[in-house]
Design a binder for this molecule. Structure first.
Ligand code: UDX
Length: 438
């Protein structure tokens, strides 16, 4: 049993705390947001995540998981995890480290006895060293090590990924924290690779992984564009190349471009990190550029079908950046909606998302109308745009959808729906990576 504190209760911090508590550790989650802590104390999970509510309730009852707004309480643990956000700085495109620095500055004077400070937030190479210097400057007596253990979980599958990680990367320049960290990660021994590296390597592994996956997506999206011109089908291509075990099937789904809180931010940050070291990362630069352009192209694609309709009504299914989350940060769906409204002033948008409506409202305000379910969204619509890959969209009753729509047009930028079924029902169906009339 290890005494752990987690600073920051977002999409990484909260599931991480729940998972460690479930393994019998004593966990205290700290967040400055008092309203959030109040909700968590009242048993509300505050974010949508598969498997989280059940596990959360279990550990809350066991007394292994507690919450606080006090840094002093968090500073008392043996292991202090920092899981605050490192959002993109919109001007410099670098990771914004203000929250990391604020935590380090607040923590520093409160440290007594030896502490292991783990940075789990995605941070540029050298941040571990910077945090260590900052703490040392504020409190020269503090006895501590700063370790980098990046988090690779996917939103929506946070609990599954925390319990079944492909690897756990532990970056430390000191031997001292390793025994305690080995004790903490003992339950994964033999089930997951434990990789010990230099601190800088651990920091870079996270960016290099995310950028590689983002590049894989931009690559398949380019091939998808080619398919639309040359008569091949991207679904066959993805299967055909994915069967090569050196390539693998994962992250070969064509779509509206990658989004979310990680890929867009981390590709930009990696480019900037390399730039600082005088290295030109042209593959990453192209990945970013292609991804940006794709969201504009998707809006044009939808608009092409409605450009000649007076006051067209567009039904939008999906606002989250992907299925299984309520997160709309850097969501392609939101950007497509904004782009569409920018190129066609006459358009009315009726939107539905199973989980992300509340978060989407903070970004889109009253630019769209929010519908209670997927059928309400298609009522009187000229076109249905499928923007997020929620399973329930594929399972919809399309005879009912057809009866609600003014024009039976569908643009599916997730290649989610059953093409043959839709054609039988008389829909004009457009998906990615296939010539329209094939
Ligand atoms: C990602 C990484 O997978 C995870 O390891 C890291 O810790 C955080 O960033 P996440 O952002 O939750 O996780 O989502 P992910 O499932 O990786 O999808 C990212 C984006 O890529 C989404 O917009 C998704 O729709 C898109 N995507 C993913 C594709 O367009 N095609 C694919 O084949 C896979």
């Amino acid at each position: 049993m290890v005494k752990i504190s987690i600073i920051g209760t977002g999409y990484v911090g909260l599931p991480t705390g729940v998972n460690f508590a479930n393994l019998g550790n004593e966990v205290i989650c700290m967040d400055k947001d008092a309203a959030k802590i109040e909700k968590l104390n009242a048993g509300k999970t505050v974010l949508y995540e598969n498997e989280l509510p059940e596990l959360f309730n279990k550990v809350l009852k066991s007394g292994k998981l507690k919450f606080t707004t006090q840094m002093l309480v968090a500073a008392d643990a043996e292991l202090i995890f920092i899981t605050v956000g490192t959002p993109i700085n919109p001007e410099t495109k670098e990771a914004d480290l203000q929250y990391i620095r604020a935590v380090a500055s607040e923590l520093a004077p409160l440290l007594t006895g030896y502490k292991i400070i783990v940075i789990k937030s995605t941070v540029p190479v050298g941040t571990g060293a910077e945090v260590a210097n900052l703490i040392h400057t504020i409190n020269p007596q503090a006895e501590f090590d700063v370790v980098s253990i990046p988090e690779f979980l996917r939103e929506g599958f946070a609990i599954y990924d925390l319990q079944n990680p492909d690897r756990i990367v532990i970056g430390s320049d000191s031997e001292r924290p390793l025994a305690k960290l080995k004790e903490l990660y003992e339950p994964w021994k033999g089930r997951s690779h434990l990789l010990f590296t230099k601190r800088e390597s651990a920091e870079l592994i996270k960016y290099a992984s995310n950028a590689f996956l983002a590049m894989k997506i931009s690559y398949i999206n380019e091939i998808s564009d080619l398919c639309e011109q040359c008569g091949a089908d991207i679904e066959d291509i993805a299967k055909g190349i994915g069967l090569d075990s050196r390539i693998g099937h994962k992250f070969l789904r064509t779509g509206p471009g990658y989004g979310g809180s990680c890929f867009p931010k981390d590709t930009n940050a990696l480019y900037m990190i390399a730039n600082k070291f005088g290295v030109e990362m042209s593959l990453v630069a192209t990945t970013i550029k292609r991804n940006e352009a794709r969201k504009v192209a998707m809006a044009r694609r939808i608009n092409n079908y409605i450009v000649n309709i007076n006051s067209p009504v567009v039904a939008v299914w999906g606002l989250a950046f992907k299925a299984d989350t309520d997160d709309v940060r850097d969501s392609p769906a939101i950007e497509i909606v904004n782009n569409l409204l920018g190129i066609n002033y006459a358009v009315t948008i009726k939107a539905f998302d199973p989980q992300a409506m509340e978060n989407a409202r903070t970004l889109l305000g009253n630019k769209v109308s929010y519908c209670p379910d997927l059928y309400a969204a298609v009522e009187g619509a000229d076109i249905l745009a499928v923007l997020t890959d929620w399973h329930e969209f594929a399972e919809a009753d399309f005879a009912k959808v057809a009866s609600h729509m003014r024009n039976k047009l569908i643009v599916d930028v997730r290649n989610l729906l059953n093409e043959e079924k839709l054609k039988q029902l008389g829909f004009v169906y457009n998906r990615l990576g296939k010539r329209q009339n094939d």
